[in-house]
Design a protein around this ligand. Structure first.
Ligand code: MN
Length: 314
């Protein structure tokens, strides 16, 4: 006589193959003209088989765009681009824009640089050391950023990303409803005045002159934004340039924002990209948050970038 219980082996059979692999919250698309390797389950992929120094074949470009839409950050290695080649590839995503606050690169008004010298103890570039989206105060904040590494630390200095679709989708229906009705005042008006008040060694390296109007430096956008084609929703509220929620006090706004900002820190929404010289990244600046990781010392980190203008958030 045996007391052994019958084990139903069907409990151990994965159904993933039947249901399809889900990465970044959606079924993994297929690719036949480029190689695509997801970086994490949340966002990001490494693309092989594309030479960005030359115009891409339509079939290749189509799949690069599909990967960008799906993974929100795409990574290419060993792309020794001249500034003109960098701009030409960037224009596949849309029109380039200057930024009022970010230092320009080597006389190119439509390129920015993120540079920390080996002797600089702290980060001095206006790339915040918490998850954020770039320039949300603009009437049409950037669609994406195309960034290339010139010099990177031997170890560290990664860029981390957090998927804002996933943050929103994991919220309760009640919190989603509250946020769906909220708007945010974003302002970049006071960053120069604030910077001037800091001790000299703590000041950010800001662009000194620009031709943006005051109205362009402060705008109201929805706290939850929708993809203009798919309608998929993502949280669009971070501490960078945030003033308050419309019709809320600053104190109330900060309390809710603090909770929301904390969600982006959760590891299951993130991926990290390790830079090498000539690594090129394109990241979505609408539905993905990013931050530099300043975990290095006595080493130079120099990245150059273009910024592509986006739609007015809806
Ligand atoms: Mn940034």
């Amino acid at each position: 006589m045996s007391n052994e219980k019958t084990i139903d082996i069907s409990n151990f059979v994965s159904t993933a193959a039947d249901q399809g692999t889900v990465v970044a919250g959606l079924p993994l698309p297929s690719f036949s003209h480029i190689g695509v390797e997801p970086i994490s389950g949340a966002c990001g992929c490494i693309i092989t088989g594309a030479d960005l120094t030359r115009p891409l074949e339509p079939a290749v470009l189509g799949e690069v765009m599909k990967a960008f839409e799906h993974f929100l950050v795409i990574v290419f290695r060993d792309q020794a681009l001249s500034p003109e080649q960098h701009k030409a590839f960037s224009r596949c995503f849309g029109e380039l824009t200057e930024l009022p606050q970010a230092p320009t690169y080597d006389g190119h008004l439509d390129m920015q640089e993120v540079r920390r010298e080996a002797y600089e103890e702290k980060n001095v570039v206006p790339s915040f050391e918490h998850f954020h989206t770039d320039s949300p105060f603009l009437p049409r904040p950037p669609l994406c950023v195309v960034m290339r590494a010139l010099a990177v630390p031997r170890f560290g200095g990664d860029t981390a990303f957090s998927n804002a679709y996933l943050v929103y989708e994991d919220l309760s229906a009640g919190m989603q409803k509250l946020l769906d009705g909220l708007q945010v005042v974003y302002s970049g008006k006071d960053i120069w005045a604030k910077n001037a008040k800091l001790d000299k060694d703590k000041r950010l390296r800001l662009r000194e002159e620009h031709s943006f109007t005051e109205a362009e430096l402060e705008n109201i956008h929805p706290a939850v934004r929708r993809h203009p084609v798919t309608g998929r929703k993502a949280l669009y509220a971070t501490t960078a340039y945030f003033k308050r929620f419309v019709d809320w006090s600053e104190e109330e706004s900060r309390a809710l924002l603090g909770y929301l900002q904390g969600l982006a820190q959760r590891a299951e929404y993130q991926c990290r990209v390790r830079w090498q010289p000539d690594t090129v990244l394109v990241w979505d600046n609408r539905f993905l948050l990013h931050r530099g990781v300043h975990d290095f010392k006595n080493e130079r980190r120099h990245l150059v970038r273009t910024t592509i203008i986006g739609e007015r958030p809806i």
